[in-house]
Design a protein around this ligand. Structure first.
Ligand code: GLY
Length: 429
């Protein structure tokens, strides 16, 4: 794949990026142009709508029907009814849901969406908006209460620093990385994910995503401690989170001596099921770990998870059901966010191995599905979000079959990566 890309790059440069071979027709990127233009218009309308209120768009309020949840979970109502965190909010149904505060785990995604839209198009107003929404998150540099500070700060300030570096931003990133490392327990070999719940030391597969902040700060500072913490976390997770078929548990909790307290789920169908977004977080996280370490064990892990995803997702358009073990019916909600995370991860993975075309082709299929009318919103609809049909936490009655800001984030990131690999830019579309 790498040789192939170099070859394509050389030929495309000679031909003014018109394709790999003079005899091939020019590739039709109409879907891509429409995807970017739609995304930009949705974001611009949302920014105008929010105005100067300090609000960060998250999703659309959904309710649930208890019988439907029971049929999806195949559990008796009585066993989980009382644990439902979200109550249906009849008055709010269908309206835009904002982050409850900047401390909501998804607060970094909307600023990140603006940064990616700016990167995709070069539109200066998007950069101004990105700066404005990013700066709302400034107090997060002092927050230590969750592993999600990785998502929150890396997707906002991390992209800000990548596209418009400044010392003040560097300081925020370093301080947040220190706070994230403060959640690392060297006995256990992991970063603690949550401070709530029944567990002694919960670690969720999602935590693999927060390692990218540590890798980035390792490059900024040349201090290896950040990378050491990240890689130790990845090694421990590789040992305990995965089943023989390379699917992962959602939650693994540890005793203080490092032994496993329990393995279970919080957002999946049941403890032994394969929650779709969890598999996506895993392939993305181990791809990052291989990029940074060049450790073949991480590459093998990423490839094993990729193979699992490509084998287990049976839908025609490759957008997974919210849990691979959910009932295979037309009513079962899908999770577009899992698809966009997977697309972004597989594009990167395709560039790290010789035979990566299979990953790139699968990612392209995902992106084309997500960019179709079935998932990409029409301008002016969908409360300004880009994609439809994600599922946040079905067992908790929250964000079921709805747009969610992180689906948009990884979709835009995947489009950036797609165009980089293809050697094309927005103006050439
Ligand atoms: N990190 C929480 C989720 O994926 O829903």
């Amino acid at each position: 794949m790498k040789k192939f890309l170099l070859f394509c790059y050389a030929v495309a440069t000679l031909q003014g990026f018109s394709g790999c071979s003079p005899s091939q027709p020019k590739e039709d990127y109409g879907w891509l142009k429409n995807a970017i233009d739609t995304s930009v218009q949705q974001l611009e309308e949302t920014v105008a709508d929010v105005g100067d209120s300090v609000l960060l768009p998250r999703s659309i309020w959904t309710g649930y029907d208890m019988d439907f949840l029971c049929s999806q979970l195949q559990r008796e109502p009585v066993t989980f009814k009382d644990s439902l965190r979200m109550k249906p909010v009849k008055d709010a149904l269908g309206s835009r849901r904002y982050c409850s505060s900047i401390y909501d785990w998804t607060s970094g995604f909307f600023p990140g969406n603006l940064w990616y839209a700016y990167q995709l198009t070069g539109i200066e107003d998007l950069k101004k908006d990105a700066v404005k929404f990013t700066n709302y998150l400034y107090p997060l540099k002092d927050y230590k209460g969750t592993h999600d500070i990785g998502f929150m700060v890396n997707c906002s300030y991390g992209n800000a620093h990548r596209l418009s570096p400044a010392d003040t931003i560097r300081q925020i990133l370093v301080q947040t990385a220190d706070n994230l490392c403060g959640r690392f327990d060297s006995n256990i070999g992991c970063i603690r994910s949550w401070d709530f719940g029944k567990w002694n030391f919960p670690v969720i597969i999602d935590n693999m995503m927060n390692l990218d902040l540590l890798f980035y700060v390792n490059h900024l500072t040349n201090d290896s401690k950040y990378k050491e913490v990240a890689l130790r976390h990845a090694e421990t997770t590789m040992k305990n989170h995965f089943r023989n078929d390379h699917s992962s548990y959602h939650v693994v909790s540890y005793n203080s001596d490092g032994s496993v307290e329990m393995k279970c789920t919080h957002q999946g169908k049941n403890d032994d099921s394969s929650w779709a977004r969890g598999q996506a977080w895993g392939v993305y996280g181990y791809t990052s770990c291989y990029r940074e370490s060049k450790d073949a064990a991480f590459l093998q892990q990423a490839q094993n998870i990729a193979a699992l995803i490509m084998e287990r997702v049976k839908t025609d358009d490759a957008i997974p059901l919210w849990d691979y073990d959910a009932p295979n019916t037309p009513e079962t909600p899908r999770d577009a966010s899992a698809a966009s995370i997977t697309a972004s991860a597989l594009i990167e993975l395709s560039t790290l191995v010789e035979d990566g075309q299979v990953y790139f082709d699968y990612a392209e299929k995902l992106l084309k599905s997500l960019s179709s009318d079935a998932y990409l919103a029409k301008v002016g609809t969908n409360q300004g979000f880009i994609l439809m049909h994600s599922t946040g936490s079905l067992p908790n009655g929250s964000e079921i079959d709805t747009p969610i800001n992180y689906a948009d984030y990884y979709y835009l990131e995947a489009l950036v990566r797609y165009m980089q690999v293809k050697g094309i830019d927005y103006k050439s579309l």
